[in-house]
Design a binder for this molecule. Structure first.
Ligand code: SF4
Length: 385
C-alpha cells in the first residue's frame, strides 16, 4: 500500500468527493431494493451507464420484482434485453431469479457465498449488491475501480491476469476494512450506509474523473497521493490486455421472405452464441442458398438479392456477415424444423429478441419495403386517367 495514505484517509477523501460530485439520481439509486440493484449491476457489466438507463427502465417496467422475472419466459426476458448484448447475462439473471424463488423464498440472499453461487454473480457483483442494498462492508472490483486502484497505487500488469487481480482485490479489501477499523464510528456518523456509498463513489470516480483516456486529475480527490500522477505515468496504468489478433469467421445469412413480405426467423439453441435469440437462418460460404431452400422449404431457386456485407465483433472473434435476400415465388406450406422457425411480419420481427446486427438488417428491410410502397403509390398517382 502507498504509505502516504492514512488507513481511513482514502475512503474519507472518496466519500467527501462523492457527497459533492457523485451521481445520486440514477434510476436504480432511487428506491434501491436488492432486486433493482442486482438488475442494474448485471446490466452495467461491460456496458456504460448512459446505454443501460433506458434498458433498465424498460426492464423494470416489465419485470418490477423478482417474482415477475422468475415467472416470465426466457423469450420475454431476452426480448427486453435485445440490443444490450452479452445475452448470457440475461439468461443467467433469469435462471438466478428462478433459483432464488425456489430456494430462498424470493429474497436475494444476504450472504456473499450464497450470492456467488447464483449463475452470473461474481465476487464484485455480489459485493455491490451486499453493500449498496444491505449496507454490508464488502469491496468491489469492477473495471472502473480497477483503473483507479491501478493508477493510485501504481499496480503494474494487466488486471485480467490472476496474480494482478489478486493484488487489486487485496488492495480493495484492505482499503475498505482499514477504513472500517480506523474510522467506522466517525464514518458511520458522517455517512450512513457508508460501505455502499463508498463503493458507489469508487465506481463514479472511475467513470467520471479517472477515465480511461482523459483522467481529470485536477479534480480528483486522490490526486495528492496518486502514484501514477506523481510519477507522470498515468497512461501506463492499468496495462492493457496483451494484444493477440482476433480470429475471423464468416457466415451467410439468409433473409427469406414469402410473397406477403414476411421474414423467416430461426431460434438459436438455448446456450452458446446468441443463445435463445432469434436470427436469420445461416449457411456456410461453401453452401448455396438455393440448396438450403430445397432442403428446408421444399422450393427451388428463389430470386436472390445480395445485401452489403457487414462485420460484427465479439470479444473473442470477428464475424463477417454476407446477407442474401431470398424472395420466394409462392407461400410455404411445409417447413423442415418448423418448431425452431417462425414466419413473422418485418415490423414485429424487429421488436423480438434479436441481436443487434439482425435488428439492423430488419430495419433496413422495413425501410426498403416502405420505399417500394411509396414508389408504387407514386406511379399510380401519375398514371393518366
Ligand atoms: S489523480 Fe488522476 S490518475 Fe490518479 S486516481 Fe485521480 S484521476 Fe486517476
Amino acid at each position: 500500500m502507498n504509505q502516504a495514505w492514512l488507513p481511513d484517509a482514502f475512503a474519507d477523501c472518496v466519500l467527501q468527493w462523492f457527497a459533492c460530485h457523485g451521481r445520486k439520481d440514477l434510476p436504480w439509486q432511487l428506491a434501491p431494493t436488492p432486486y433493482r440493484v442486482w438488475v442494474s449491476e448485471i446490466m452495467l457489466q461491460q456496458t456504460q451507464v448512459a446505454v443501460v438507463i433506458p434498458y433498465f427502465e424498460r426492464f423494470i417496467g416489465c419485470f418490477p420484482n423478482l417474482g415477475a422475472l422468475a415467472t416470465a419466459t426466457e423469450d420475454e426476458v431476452l426480448q427486453h434485453w435485445s440490443g444490450l448484448g452479452y445475452y448470457a447475462r440475461a439468461r443467467n439473471l433469469h435462471r438466478s431469479a428462478r433459483i432464488v424463488l425456489e430456494q430462498h423464498g424470493g429474497e436475494l440472499p444476504e450472504q456473499l457465498e450464497w450470492l456467488i453461487a447464483l449463475p452470473g454473480i461474481g465476487r464484485s457483483t455480489a459485493g455491490a449488491i451486499l453493500s449498496l442494498a444491505y449496507g454490508q462492508a464488502h469491496a468491489i472490483l469492477d473495471g472502473n475501480v480497477k483503473r483507479v486502484l491501478a493508477r493510485c497505487f501504481a499496480v503494474a500488469g494487466w488486471p485480467g491476469e490472476s496474480r494482478i487481480q489478486k493484488h487489486l482485490w487485496a488492495l480493495a479489501d484492505e482499503l475498505l476494512s482499514a477504513a472500517a477499523r480506523a474510522g467506522l464510528q466517525e464514518l458511520h456518523l458522517k455517512h450512513p450506509n457508508w460501505p455502499g456509498t463508498y463503493n458507489q463513489a469508487m465506481m463514479d470516480l472511475g467513470a467520471t474523473v479517472c477515465t480511461r483516456a482523459a483522467p481529470d486529475c485536477n479534480h480528483c480527490p486522490l490526486s495528492r497521493h496518486c502514484l501514477a500522477l506523481m510519477t507522470n505515468s498515468i497512461h501506463q496504468y492499468p496495462q492493457p490486455k496483451p494484444k493477440r489478433p482476433l480470429p475471423r469467421r464468416a457466415t451467410r445469412w439468409l433473409l427469406v421472405q414469402d410473397p406477403d413480405g414476411r421474414i423467416l426467423l430461426e431460434q438459436r439453441p438455448p446456450s452458446g452464441l446468441w443463445g435463445g435469440l432469434w436470427t436469420f437462418p445461416e449457411v456456410s460460404l461453401q453452401e448455396s442458398s438455393a440448396h438450403w431452400c430445397e432442403l428446408h422449404l421444399y422450393q427451388t431457386a428463389p430470386r436472390v438479392e445480395k445485401l452489403p456485407d457487414r462485420q460484427h465483433s465479439f470479444s473473442h472473434f470477428h464475424l463477417d456477415i454476407y446477407p442474401e435476400r431470398l424472395l420466394l415465388k409462392s407461400a410455404i406450406s411445409q417447413l423442415r424444423d418448423s418448431d425452431r422457425h417462425l414466419w413473422v411480419a418485418l415490423k414485429r420481427a424487429s421488436t423480438m429478441a434479436v441481436p443487434a446486427p439482425v435488428k439492423a438488417i430488419l430495419l433496413e428491410l422495413l425501410a426498403m419495403a416502405k420505399a417500394s410502397k411509396n414508389q408504387l403509390l407514386d406511379c399510380c398517382s401519375h398514371r393518366p386517367a
